[in-house]
Design a protein around this ligand. Structure first.
Ligand code: KG4
Ligand code: ZN
Length: 357
């Protein structure tokens, strides 16, 4: 096993076609040699969400080119690669298949190990590309498809403490944006509008705030936004609704994170309290600020990925590949796409109407 292995990462689980090359360094943070991401905003914006077949076609058209660009930018050649890591799930099956097959073919042609990566583990480990982090740590994963509090005990060892019982947080941002007539993906634009609006004009619900431990719910919030959005008459009111939504999310995360802190501390009595926040929504500055402040009050050290590594990218996939490479955890070329691959496979399914908390 090489001390400074070079890993190629491939990501196509949703609407970003991405390839990255990173180099491991003994006792140090890995070096990102290249990190190329091509977003498909223009392909999907007229539909208000990701259309799986169009996304898969676009991945198939671009993955070759994006990977070539990753090699060019990194200054490495294909013979320098020590392992190929590709996302195998969760995500859209037709999209995952493109990147997974591409990664397998690449590894086979180079005769180098292949590593199948869980996309969520990529987010979970993304801050390791800019900070040294020891296990265990508390993770809040907030993306377009997932919202969970997890205790990360080690590579591949996750215990879910809480999850959304309906919409993911990024989905709640995107749906609110759509109701306000903002193009997909609306999360970052809602954040901007929220800064100029009055957060106190509209009172929005905070579902299951006082029950269900650190489980979360956002569907009721969306219904309330829909009701108010129908009667909005001015831009000022639109900004105020965006701002009220942002403030409500901050309050929900504030309360639920306090519960997650308690649960994490109960399970990890003698360890340092580390709190990692990752996923696309972790780019939101309002959320970063309240979680930083809360962590200080509760003696947790907060760690965020760099803003550019919050949303989907292949450097985080290569990061998981690097950790698995060091442990010799390789996969066969018969590894199947797993569109519902959970981080904690023992956790109860908690979604849908009538769920018992
Ligand atoms: O992690 P990600 O790139 O993709 C998934 O794995 O889902 O997350 C994308 C989500 C989208 O819903 C997007 O609107 C949201 O992250 N997002 C944000 C911000 N930046 C991205 N939401 C709120 N504020 C932001 N600044
Ligand atoms: Zn993601």
């Amino acid at each position: 096993m090489k001390k400074n292995p070079i890993i190629l990462g491939i990501e196509t689980s949703c609407d970003e076609t991405a390839a990255a090359i990173i180099e491991g360094e003994e006792n140090n943070i890995p070096k990102i040699l290249s990190n190329i991401v091509s977003s498909q905003f223009d392909v999907h914006k007229e539909f208000g969400g990701v259309v799986p077949e169009l996304a898969a076609r676009s991945h198939a058209e671009k993955i070759d080119l994006i990977t070539k660009e990753a090699f060019k930018k990194s200054g490495t050649s294909i013979n320098d690669i020590d392992a190929v890591a590709a996302t195998a799930g969760p995500g859209l099956i037709v999209c995952l298949t493109v990147g997974l097959n591409f990664g397998k073919t690449f590894s086979k042609s180079l005769n180098k190990p292949f590593i199948a990566v869980n996309h969520l583990e990529g987010h979970a480990l993304s801050p390791k590309l800019n900070s040294k982090i020891d296990y265990p740590y508390l993770l809040l994963l907030i993306s377009g498809g997932h919202t969970q509090y997890l205790c990360v005990k080690g590579l591949g060892h996750y215990e879910r403490l809480g999850t959304t019982i309906d919409d993911a947080l990024g989905e709640a941002y995107d749906k609110t944006a759509k109701l306000l007539g903002i193009e997909f993906p609306g999360g970052p634009k809602i954040e901007k509008l929220a800064e100029i609006g009055n957060p106190n004009q509209f009172k929005l619900p905070k579902p299951i705030l006082n029950k269900g431990g650190c489980n979360l719910s956002f569907a009721g919030l969306k219904t309330a936004v829909l009701r108010i959005a129908k009667n909005i008459r001015s831009n000022e009111e639109k900004f105020n609704l965006a701002s009220s939504f942002q403030k409500t999310i901050e309050k929900i995360l504030h309360e639920k994170t306090k519960i997650a802190f308690k649960e994490f501390k109960k399970k990890n009595k003698n360890n340092k309290n580390i709190f990692v926040i990752a996923g696309g929504v972790a780019a939101n500055k309002g959320i970063r600020n309240i979680l930083n402040k809360l962590s200080k009050e509760h003696n947790f050290e907060t760690i965020f990925p760099e803003i550019s590594l919050c949303s989907d990218n292949a450097a985080m996939i290569a990061m998981v590949g690097l950790e698995k490479y060091k442990l010799g955890l390789f996969d066969g070329l018969d590894f199947k796409v797993n569109p519902r691959w959970a981080l904690d496979e023992k956790a109860k399914f908690l979604k849908g109407a009538g769920v018992k908390l």
